[in-house]
Design a protein around this ligand. Structure first.
Ligand code: OX2
Length: 839
């Protein structure tokens, strides 16, 4: 169209669409402009929230310019892109992060303060985008930050849930759930693309015909359809003009009214159908590491993968390339098995609609996809019942059976006469009813499979994917140790420490090259530096103490040792073991003389995290923590020596306050159960020490920071099976200290003991699956080492500095670069302001 315009028109457009300047005056004007026009408010009726809205809108204008520039330039260059398919993006707040990444925080803060508002209050008015459960969703958010920062052409695809992860309140010690209606006041961080609307079918039947060459053709005729509407979330990189995109889909009815029902006077029914369509993206399933198995969840998965693939293919088709070039233009990363249906959908589209042969299509599919596994827990393995699946996706079921048939034929050829092997490897589990094993489908349809930490990647090769390693060979199975973005988790969450680091290293290059932190090692022996370091930690503890006062109404001393465990509540993460130890500690203090008490290290034990609403045992753990807190915090015999708090509604923005304030944090899963863990990285990066088991990424953190700077205890992954066996068949008695703790609970020290019976029975000899008793003695010992080490504050400060200095490996920049080089085969392209490209 532009070509048809006269020169003057083109020039006028170019002149008028020049980016706005970023000087103080222009920025203040844009804020006030949004106050008076977009918000239709006046200065005298402004509060912090409306100030936030105006600043957000002004920030968004700048984000959108970058987004436009990036997407426009990338469309022209048309490089190979990676698409990161994740059902969860746990972004948290956006404003502070966007301003920091675009380098505008300083000028905005100044502008806002001059306009009579406190920047921190304004920032805190933003609600979290909580479209995720925990580590898996937050990992996706960190990876999006790194992809943009490193100028990789990447898009995320996910769902725009109306309700994110529920809000948690504690009532009478119990978790209660409230809906997280986060869109109540509009979301300035998304761009609705109401013009991008894609029909997604469900149900119906498959028509089989012969074409003119006698080839059988399959045509899926869905019974009903819904529309997928695109919402784009700009993701600015740090220190670059590049701004990537996360496209989130929202479901809408295809037609607002079903005309037949409407004309028959059945108004309610027609509206009912519309509601059904909207329900698909209504709510995030609140399960972490467990499979819910609900039909609506399967609908979500298909709706999202079909819309995303349609979009990806449409973009590819614009380039007029051959289908065989598809894997050279497109890499798709499957974040866990949730998007595995994309494999089937691409095969269907290529075969049924684009008329490729099965083999040509399958070759394209397997060169396109790669799969990240995040867990070995059996309860988290996704399986879908064949009858339910057939009802919703009849053609996809046929394709899965065909994929399985051809796959098993090849296995049979390589390893003849092994029925057991075929049964184990089959995508279909022969149960009543049959089940589709999504992890097997994901492995078969991908060219690379990765775990998320060295131990975990090793474990999956030995356990769930053992047979597949024998069949495909080792090269298909790789490790990509997780990482976190230092922009949010240090620079944003701990601004004072960030400033000290920059001052000390002489520049801020460490923010893009985290291994530069090594330079801090030289400062360990400098007492003056240690003083500054410790002072910042203390300020962060004061900030957390204030949060604890407001949220829990408990006063804690920032001079005590802050001991923190925040993460989803799960048996394998063993918050239960932590609170049992707290009881042990409480009992020990109670039995002491005044003189003995004088040498006890005061501790504040902080818990936080949500339990899946249907996870009974996990919810009892929360109740026990709160009951223990109620008793301990009131006990004058204990005073400040021990405080226990459960911070309600733990989320990303709360984590940003908690993480910088920890002295020690707990990463104490039974060895072999936590695939990686990523909060361990956040704490250590902020100079917090950790107490942990030889599990997940703890092992690699130990390797980087050295054994003197971490408190390791408990059994090893390869001892777990023997320990369980011994417990079950050789009646190993319960640990005596643990026995004492349980007796105290059973005597009613912490509320009615009947409440805790189901919890305590998980510790019955022979049934203690997570090996709390086996690890208890070494856990107590490790805690004693922590106390002893903390006594020497100078030595502790040295450890703390060494921790931060040696965390370079755990930047998500490193992780993303490994994926790009070894799995996706994509290259960075940096967008330049003037509108040309630099490779
Ligand atoms: C989590 C894992 O439990 C955690 O160990 C890991 O750090 C994180 O994913 C990111 O890789 N759901 N959440 C996870 O796995 C599943 C399944």
């Amino acid at each position: 169209e532009k070509a048809k315009w006269p020169k003057e028109t083109v020039q006028l457009w170019e002149q008028l669409s020049k980016k706005e300047a970023n000087d103080l005056h222009t920025i203040q004007k844009s804020i006030v402009h949004h106050v008076t026009t977009t918000l239709a408010r006046a200065a005298y009726n402004m509060d912090n929230f409306s100030a936030y809205q105006a600043v957000a809108l002004s920030t968004r204008d700048r984000l959108i310019s970058r987004w436009n520039e990036t997407q426009g330039q990338l469309s022209k260059a048309d490089p190979k892109r990676v698409y990161y398919l994740s059902l969860e993006f746990l972004l948290g707040r956006s404003m502070d992060n966007a301003l920091l990444n675009m380098g505008l925080k300083g000028v905005y803060s100044q502008g806002v303060e001059q306009l009579g508002f406190n920047m921190e209050d304004v920032i805190e008015s933003e609600v979290d985008a909580a479209l995720g459960n925990g580590g898996l969703g937050r990992l996706a958010a960190c990876y999006m930050d790194s992809l943009a920062t490193l100028d990789y052409p990447a898009w995320g695809y996910g769902l725009r849930y109306n309700y994110g992860i529920f809000q948690q309140r504690i009532v009478d010690g119990y978790q209660t759930e409230y809906p997280d209606y986060w869109l109540n006041f509009d979301n300035p961080w998304e761009l609705p693309r109401l013009d991008i609307s894609i029909p997604i079918g469900f149900g119906g039947h498959v028509q089989t015909t012969q074409d003119e060459y006698g080839v059988t053709r399959h045509n899926w005729i869905p019974a009903n359809s819904v529309q997928a509407i695109a919402y784009d979330v700009p993701i600015p990189g740090y220190g670059t003009e590049n701004c990537n995109n996360i496209r989130l889909w929202r479901s809408k009815p295809t037609r607002v009214f079903d005309l037949t029902s409407f004309n028959e006077g059945n108004y309610e029914k027609s509206v009912e159908d519309a509601t059904q369509a909207e329900k698909i993206t209504s709510v995030l399933y609140p399960n972490d590491n467990t499979m819910a198995g609900k039909e609506l969840r399967l609908k979500q998965q298909y709706f999202w993968t079909a819309a995303s693939l349609y979009d990806i293919m449409r973009r590819f088709k614009k380039s007029m390339r051959e289908w065989s070039d598809f894997p050279d233009q497109v890499a798709i990363q499957l974040n866990d098995t949730h998007p595995t249906l994309a494999i089937v959908e691409l095969q269907r589209l290529l075969v049924d609609e684009e008329m490729l042969s099965w083999d040509d299509a399958w070759d394209i599919v397997t060169r396109t996809f790669a799969f990240t596994n995040h867990t070995v827990l059996p309860e988290a393995m996704e399986k879908w019942s064949v009858p339910m699946f057939e009802y919703l996706l009849p053609r996809h079921l046929q394709i899965i059976f065909d994929i399985n048939l051809f796959f098993l034929q090849k296995v049979e050829k390589k390893f003849p006469n092994d029925r057991g092997l075929l049964n184990r490897m089959s995508i279909i589990e022969e149960a009543q009813p049959q089940q589709i094993r999504m992890a097997h489908l994901a492995v078969v349809g991908s060219h690379k499979v990765n775990g998320v930490a060295a131990l975990h990647s090793d474990l999956i090769k030995k356990t769930i994917f053992h047979d597949f390693v024998d069949y495909y060979g080792e090269e298909k199975f790789v490790n990509k140790t997780n990482g976190i973005t230092p922009r949010r988790w240090l620079h944003q969450a701990n601004p004072q420490l960030s400033a000290l680091i920059t001052e000390t290293l002489g520049n801020d290059r460490w923010l893009k090259e985290l291994s530069q932190l090594r330079g801090l090692d030289k400062k360990v022996e400098n007492a003056e530096f240690r003083k500054k370091w410790t002072a910042i930690k203390r300020l962060n503890k004061v900030r957390l103490a204030e949060l604890i006062k407001t949220r829990c109404d408990v006063e804690v001393s920032p001079d005590a040792l802050f001991d923190i465990q925040v993460k989803r509540i799960h048996e394998y993460k063993r918050q239960f073991m932590n609170i049992l130890y707290v009881i042990h500690r409480y009992r020990t203090i109670k039995s002491m003389t005044a003189a003995q008490k004088a040498s006890v290290q005061p501790r504040v034990v902080v818990f936080g995290g949500k339990a899946a609403p249907g996870y009974y045992i996990a919810k009892l753990v929360i109740k026990l923590i709160n009951s223990v807190a109620a008793v301990v915090n009131q006990d004058p015999a204990v005073g400040d020596l021990l405080k226990v708090v459960f911070v309600p509604d733990y989320n990303v923005s709360v984590a940003e306050i908690i993480v910088p304030a920890s002295d020690i944090s707990q990463h104490i899963s039974t060895a072999g159960t936590e695939a990686s863990g990523t909060s361990n990285m956040k704490f250590v990066l902020n100079g917090g020490l950790i107490i942990g088991t030889m599990d997940g990424a703890n092992i690699e953190i130990l390797e980087e920071i050295g054994e003197d700077n971490i408190f390791i205890f408990g059994c090893l992954a390869d001892e777990v099976e023997d320990l369980r066996h011994a417990q079950r068949y050789r009646n190993v008695p319960m640990d005596p200290a643990l026995q004492g703790v349980i007796s105290a609970i059973e005597r009613g020290t912490f509320d009615d003991p009947k409440i805790y019976q189901p919890l305590i029975s998980t510790l019955t000899v022979g049934k203690d699956f997570y090996l709390i008793s086996a690890d208890f003695a070494s856990y107590i010992a490790a805690n004693q080492q922590v106390d002893a080490a903390y006594k020497d504050q100078e030595e502790w400060a040295k450890k703390s500095i060494r921790c931060t200095a040696n965390m370079g490996k755990f930047s998500s920049d490193r992780a993303v670069k490994e994926y790009a080089d070894q799995i996706w085969n994509i290259k960075p392209i940096s967008v330049v302001d003037e509108g040309y490209l630099q490779a």
